[in-house]
Ligand binder design. Sequence first.
Ligand SMILES: Cc1ncc(C[n+]2csc(CCOP(=O)(O)OP(=O)(O)O)c2C)c(N)n1
Ligand SMILES: [Mg+2]
Length: 324
Amino acid sequence: MSTDATLTPPQLLDVYRRMVLIRRYEDHLYLLFLKGQVPGTLHQYQGQEAVAVGVCTALRVDDVIFSTHRPVGHLLAKGASLKAISAEIWGKATGCAGGKGGQMHLAAVEVGAMPSNAIVGANVPIAVGAALAFKLRREDRVAVSFFGDGAANIGALHEGINLAAVKDAPVVFVCENNLYAASTHVSHSLRVADIADRAAAYGIPGRVVDGMDVLAVYQSAVEAVERARSGGGPTLLEYKTYRFKGHSRGDAGNYRSKEEFEQWRQRDPVELFRRRLLDEFGQSERELEAIEHACQAEIEEAVAFAVASPEPPAAECSTHVFAD
Ligand SMILES: Cc1ncc(C[n+]2csc(CCOP(=O)(O)OP(=O)(O)O)c2C)c(N)n1
Ligand SMILES: [Mg+2]
């Protein structure tokens, strides 16, 4: 099935806005983290923006996404509040998990971003469960599971994808292959060049797509989402991408060569799309700069909100631990 999905000029600019918001927010957090102003740890999304934004642009608000230990990009792409995310990262009462979750446990259920899951591969069966519920209730909704190359060898992932396949569950599996699981290169954990090849074993379509090209991501996601929505069952999409920062706090990424890094940096997804907006889609430099300034202002406002927010009350320490 092939659908030629095109975006209107305002939609194209909104794609750019979300990519810039993710990039600038993550860069800003990184600097504050180095200054010792951000509590906890960070797993950053710079370099992978085209995947989150391309996929989420193919979704409706009431479609749901399930994210990972690297959730900021997915949540912002789905339209989550930057203030609630920031307050959560700062462990404040105004955070999206009341300050109890931190950077790896973000949610914005009101826009379909379900609580992110830091256990590698664990969101796959949960996304399948959500998709089966949509199907049983005859709800016109689709679930998306985001996971990394490192999750591709987790047992629960295979059980989940297989169950989704046999039940024609309305779910899309999005593998962000950024070549590394922490410091382990994919060549040490896989004998196949493409994780998407494994789709054949489940009897579902699998596709390899350039994860640095947001419009290619969008097009492939539209097709997979339409297939899921129309009862055709799941698709396994593998996006070839790269993370520009280390795996987490304090990782300088020394296991990667300068040449490899530079090669991917040349294909910076935000820069690539910016150039296309100017050269191909007739957008003006002024328009793009206005978007960039607005993102910067939103980021500063959100961080100020997080810093000024109150700590969670001590009395709430044991609430939300057991069901009432
Ligand atoms: C089951 C499990 N094993 C190990 C970890 C520790 N861990 C956190 S992230 C990570 C690497 C994940 O790599 P990948 O799935 O490729 O995602 P990426 O970090 O590249 O986005 C590991 C091993 C974990 N959180 N869960
Ligand atoms: Mg990875």
